[in-house]
Write a protein that binds this ligand. Structure first.
Ligand code: NAD
Length: 257
């Protein structure tokens, strides 16, 4: 078991990549704190883990609120006595987040609040707990869009993910000698509820598919496997990286026909 006796906190654990990671981390021996804005979704993931013989607790929190972020970390330490792995994965994608010239201030603020400030608050409260545990691993979910431009823009989302990359690098360097590692996970497009509406439109689906070398979208479980590597001691010398799990999108100029 690759996470035996570790306590892992995963935000956005009620759906998609977060849920798949909660299930996988628990299977690998972790005690999992499932955090989500939606209490029922968090409970459902924790129930599924317990029904499979694992150990999990649910906690409802809005990661963009400092009090909630502080509360989720306190909850992990109260329930399990320590925190070893923090996966700041909760994120939002808004259909009205488009070009820089049309995106409203409200949409900008909402997306940045969850995707960037949410990761900041997560790290702010998780790092002292990781230090109390003697160190640990932080994984922050960014995206491949943080390193590429797109003609179908989502300016606030892209900016938020670029911010996650830069912030994670700085954290990785500052705390490296205190046995904390911090890495960004950069998924390519994944079939999850986040993109369900967008990918339901055949034209918008195809517009993206053509740029993905394997000719398909990723599955949430494929991101969970990458996160598991970053969470476990197998990645003990991996620090400050932007781990691209994108099927080769960022390597491609012309994809196969
Ligand atoms: P998802 O919509 O399936 O799951 C996101 C979860 O986060 C939901 O359960 C939601 O309730 C929760 N959440 C939203 N706002 C929250 C908040 N303020 N506080 C706490 N929880 C909140 O999405 P997903 O595809 O699994 O995305 C997970 C992460 O991966 C996000 O950061 C997303 O930006 C990133 N990502 C996704 C893709 C993709 O193609 N799906 C690609 C690259 C990056």
């Amino acid at each position: 078991m690759r996470l035996k006796d570790k306590v892992a906190l995963i935000t956005g654990g009620g759906s998609g990549i977060g849920k798949a990671s909660c299930l996988l981390f628990a299977k690998e021996g972790a005690k999992v704190v499932v955090v989500d804005l939606k209490q029922e979704s968090a409970e459902a993931t924790a129930d599924e883990i317990r029904n499979a013989g694992g150990d999990a607790r649910a906690f409802a929190a809005d990661v963009s609120k400092a009090k909630d972020a502080e509360g989720m970390v306190r909850f992990a330490e109260e329930q399990y006595g320590a925190l070893h792995v923090a996966f700041n994965n909760a994120g939002v994608f808004h259909p009205d987040d488009e070009s820089v010239t049309t995106t409203s201030e409200e949409i900008w603020d909402m997306v940045i609040d969850v995707n960037l400030k949410g990761v900041f608050f997560g790290c702010k409260y998780q790092i002292p707990a990781l230090l109390r545990a003697g160190g640990g691993s932080i994984i922050n979910t960014a995206s491949f869009v943080a390193v590429m431009g797109a003609a179908v823009p989502q300016i606030a989302y892209t900016a938020s993910k670029g911010g996650v990359l830069a912030m994670t690098r700085e954290i990785a360097v500052e705390f490296a000698r205190q046995n904390i590692r911090a890495n960004s996970l950069c998924p390519g497009p994944v079939e999850t509820p986040l993109l369900a509406e967008l990918l339901a439109d055949p034209a918008r689906r195809q517009r993206r598919l053509v740029h993905i070398p394997p000719g398909r979208f990723a599955r949430a479980e494929e991101m969970a496997n990458a996160a598991l590597f970053l969470a476990s001691d197998e990645s003990s010398f991996v620090n400050g990286t932007s781990f691209l799990v994108d099927g080769g999108i960022t390597a491609a100029y012309i994809t196969p026909e």
